[in-house]
Design a protein around this ligand. Structure first.
Ligand code: FAD
Length: 382
């Protein structure tokens, strides 16, 4: 295994660092006070990123993208997520959209690469998110159309999205084998954005979506009838790797700030960094962050070697998200009262990281899946 970062990647990460310093850092103070960047600012930043060559980084060159490797994408995300606004570059279609046919690629995939459209995806329902196989949003076939009824909740990025990658059941008795995916455009009669759900995270208020007799043409069905579970799995595995990389940037920024503070802040005539209590917090954070980094880079490297990384993504995300929670907590403690204020990004990171022990599968489900893999049990079931 070789984690040598190529000169090209090193230069790219260096330019991402400059982008963060020039474009994102000036927004930090205001973001911390108001807890909001907003969709318009995010799109404006996407456009600035595009002008500087940061666009469609994930998409292969044959589709007009930059074809950056998984390891490269992790390094980019790690750098960007040192800013609490959690901004990501644009133009990269969700993994599910690669499975579309020619017509779907024309209508949904390429408009994302050209920047005309944005998407969001919806698995979770009010009845539960972990037990994905028991979703109740039903799609019933009627000739060359499907009629969809149901409710989705906690759906992110709805505000800027033009369409939703929607997971339904077309056979409720078939569990995971009955899940079918559709691409549903905003404005389709029967599809409404029911409400925004305020959360403890900054600028991250997901939405509830309602589908009442929403008629969608069969041409908008993504993949096979009953083939939705595999699509969701692909989408989630990819997301878990990304989320793991986010944690590295967050933890690194918090640890850097805490280390500097430990050198400067003096009590009883000595910097607090001279005290073992503080040193242990720093050392534990450094060790755990390095361990997480190796897990994330290894998973990315395996993905770049065209290996299946379902289990590695579970392991990386479980460890990295729990690591980031501990590191942000220790950093906040090292800062004392200042860590709790909106004058520093630590409290924002501390609140934000909490969601990643829940979204894209909770820590409990991750542990369950890792154990099932060890025990040789099937991927879904009881
Ligand atoms: C800010 C935010 C953004 C989100 N964005 C999206 C999005 O864009 N799209 C989307 O589809 N979803 C999204 N989600 C939803 C998220 O994926 C779900 O919240 C998550 O999958 C957990 O589902 P749940 O909340 O229904 O918890 P439940 O499934 O009800 O679980 C509740 C608790 O029980 C535990 N539990 C459940 N089953 C077991 C078991 N078998 N063994 C042990 N413990 C178990 C869980 O670990 C958890 O602790 C988002 C959530 C949030 C908070």
């Amino acid at each position: 295994m070789d984690f040598e970062v190529s000169e090209d990647l090193r230069l790219m990460v260096e330019s991402v660092r400059r982008f963060r310093e020039r474009e994102l850092m000036p927004l930090e103070r205001d973001f911390l006070i108001h807890g909001k960047l907003g969709v318009e600012t995010r799109f404006a930043l996407e456009r600035k990123g595009r002008e500087q060559g940061f666009w469609a980084l994930e998409a292969p060159p044959e589709f007009g993208g930059a074809g950056v490797s998984n390891l490269g994408l992790c390094l980019v995300d790690e750098e960007l997520f040192k800013h609490p606004a959690m901004f990501e570059f644009g133009g990269s279609p969700e993994p599910a959209l690669y499975l579309g046919n020619e017509d779907q690629k024309k209508r949904f995939f390429f408009p994302i690469i050209s920047g005309e459209k944005h998407s969001c995806y919806a698995f979770t329902e009010p009845g539960g998110g972990s037990d994905f196989a028991s979703i109740r949003t039903v799609a019933k076939k009627d000739g060359d159309h499907w009629t969809i009824n149901g409710t989705k909740t906690f759906i992110s990025y709805v505000e800027g999205a033009d369409f939703v990658i929607l997971f339904t059941t077309t056979d409720p008795r078939a569990g995971a084998h009955g899940i079918t995916c559709f691409l549903v455009e905003k404005g389709t009669p029967g599809f409404t954005v029911a409400r925004q759900i305020p959360t403890m995270g900054d600028d991250w208020d997901p939405h509830e979506l309602s589908f009442v007799d929403c008629v969608v043409p069969d041409a908008n069905r993504l993949g096979e009838v009953g083939g939705g579970f595999a699509i969701a799995d692909l989408q989630l595995t990819h997301g878990r790797l990304k989320i793991s990389a986010f944690q590295l940037g967050i933890a690194q920024r918090c640890l850097d700030l805490a280390t500097e503070w430990a050198k400067q802040r003096t009590t009883w005539g000595k910097p607090i960094g001279a005290r073992q209590a503080i040193q242990w917090m720093l050392a534990d954070s450094e060790v755990e962050l390095e361990a997480a980094r190796l897990l994330v880079y290894r998973a990315a490297w395996l993905a770049d070697s065209k290996r299946r990384i379902r289990n590695e993504a579970f392991i990386a995300k479980l460890y990295a998200t729990e690591m980031a929670q501990r590191v942000t907590d220790r950093a906040l403690q090292i800062f004392g009262g200042m860590g709790y204020t909106r004058e520093l990004p630590i409290q924002s990171f501390y609140r934000q990281v909490r969601v990643w022990r829940i979204g894209h599968g909770t820590s409990e489900i991750h542990r369950w899946m890792i154990a099932r893999n060890m025990l040789g049990l099937s991927a879904h079931g009881q």
